[in-house]
Design a protein around this ligand. Structure first.
Ligand SMILES: CC(=O)SCCNC(=O)CCNC(=O)[C@H](O)C(C)(C)COP(=O)(O)OP(=O)(O)OC[C@H]1O[C@@H](n2cnc3c(N)ncnc32)[C@H](O)[C@@H]1OP(=O)(O)O
Length: 441
């Protein structure tokens, strides 16, 4: 079966090293019919020190990738056949919705699976792949790129800024988890994880549209929450539990999936994998349910929001310990007028912003006029005196309201030319709800 890769314009730096950047096309869900894509994916898994899938598990992954519409880039020796050669650089991009506030979405260019072989690092392979990908995003009219990063020091040089964070928590639940306020309404029912097929997507979609800074989730989440990943225990399940909260009318409003940490682990711990809720009652009910599990002393959650909601709900907030916090979504604005005018603004006003961009796309001085919560954004005269200047990475950080321009001014990353302009921009960009990204990708 011939592979269907096409060479893309290779950057001069790759050619100097005898390398070429290729785009691979996936034609079906069969690894045998897509040897170059299958090799690319196995190379990614090895790049992150994971055991690469084979057989049906690899086909399952190819099916998920097709659902996401992933585009694969690989860097190869110039004469190599991608069907028979592992790439020395891997890169994946695809388009999903990004919630920018007020239940509005923009298409975002998601970047993932970036690896460079340890034998080929620091020769500009990442830079070449990133340049090609971001230009393609712009060419296809996608105004913003997004990623979740393995390391914090890599991506600001490409214009990405941290837009929100997540945290890992441990909640002590010996004797239950007393909540403040009225008892939660509705009921919680245990279900088999496979019963979440379809329901999980529906509830995620509703929760996502309530959570600015979240992206539509990738297809792999469906497989994980139904415990049907063929790469784990041949798809026979891994001891995942699931519970759904129903309101008083019997409508599903949220769910939680969780796994027991094992009897060896002390204190005895239940690990939350996913907690998705669409109403305040559902959130309360599912935490009360987790707090009431017999034989369990602690609930842990690796990817919890950092919004203060759980602390506000419980009688004793000291039962909640944050053990880790990390940047989550990194955003790279490519088309300034399209990105800034897509979101709702919380306060009217006018700001002149000078943006620097080492890759060029967002460079310039931009006039932002907000009337009735809608922004009109246009290029200003080059002689116009700006109110604020910042790099495009900082613009990505403040755009959705998750990071304060005033804090970045205090960090000397935003320069104020009119006193008070940073705080004013912060008020204009504020969101009604906490900014959080519910998934990685
Ligand atoms: C979105 C995601 O998928 S996140 C996952 C990223 N992948 C990993 O962490 C897997 C392990 N690491 C790797 O595969 C590689 O080291 C990569 C992908 C991080 C870097 O690839 P390379 O081809 O070596 O990077 P490249 O030579 O193009 O360097 C580009 C720039 O990034 C810088 N850089 C590269 N790696 C790092 C790093 N780990 N930390 C800080 N800066 C870095 C380089 O110094 C260079 O800077 P400059 O152009 O401003 O001088």
């Amino acid at each position: 079966m011939p592979h269907t890769d096409t060479p893309t314009p290779a950057s001069a730096s790759l050619a100097e090293h005898g390398l070429i950047l290729r785009e691979l096309t996936q034609s079906s869900v069969s690894a045998a019919e897509n040897p170059a894509v299958a090799r690319q994916y196995r190379t990614v898994e090895r790049g992150f020190y994971e055991e690469p899938p084979t057989g049906e598990a690899l086909d399952q992954w190819l099916g998920l990738s097709l659902q996401d519409g992933r585009r694969f880039l690989g860097v190869y020796p110039q004469d190599a056949d991608p069907a028979q050669t592992d790439p020395v650089g891997t890169f994946v991009d695809f388009v999903k919705g990004l919630h920018v506030g007020g239940a509005r979405e923009v298409p975002a260019w998601l970047i993932s699976n970036v690896t460079v072989s340890p034998t080929h690092r620091r020769r500009g392979i990442l830079r070449a792949m990133m340049g090609e990908s971001l230009q393609t995003s712009l060419d296809r009219g996608v105004p913003v790129a997004a990623l979740t990063a393995s390391e914090g020091g890599i991506y600001s040089r490409f214009g990405f800024g941290v837009a929100n964070s997540f945290r890992s928590i441990e909640v002590e639940v010996q004797g239950g988890l007393p909540l403040r306020g009225p008892a939660p309404t509705g009921s919680v029912r245990l279900v088999e994880p496979r019963e979440l097929d379809g329901l999980g997507d529906e509830l995620y979609r509703r929760a996502y549209l309530q959570t600015p800074g979240s992206v539509e989730r990738t297809a792999s989440y469906r497989v994980e929450e139904t415990d049907a990943n063929l790469h784990r225990n041949g798809g026979k399940g891994t001891g995942l539990y699931a519970a759904v909260h129903y309101d008083d009318g019997g409508r599903p409003r949220g769910f939680v999936t969780y796994r027991f940490g094992g009897w060896e682990k002390k204190p005895q711990t239940m690990e939350v994998q996913s907690l998705i809720t669409t109403t305040a009652q559902s959130h309360r009910a599912l935490w009360q349910f987790l707090g009431s599990l017999d034989l369990i002393d602690r609930i842990s959650w690796q990817a919890a929001p950092d919004d203060g909601l759980l602390e506000a709900m419980v009688v004793d907030r000291r039962r909640i310990r944050t053990t880790f916090t990390q940047d989550r979504l990194w955003l790279r604005i490519l088309d300034v007028p399209a990105a800034l005018s897509a979101r709702p603004w919380s306060q009217d006003g006018s700001i002149l912003l000078t943006v620097t961009d080492s890759m060029g796309w967002a460079e310039g001085t931009w006039r932002v006029d907000v009337v009735g919560g809608e922004a009109t954004v246009s290029r200003a005269e080059s002689t116009a005196a700006p109110d604020l200047s910042m790099d495009v990475a900082e613009l990505g950080s403040v755009w959705l309201g998750g990071i304060s321009p005033e804090v970045l001014r205090q960090a000397a990353l935003v320069t104020e030319h009119r006193p008070g302009a940073a705080a004013e921009l912060g008020r204009m960009l504020a969101q009604d709800r906490p900014v959080h990204s519910m998934t990685g990708f």
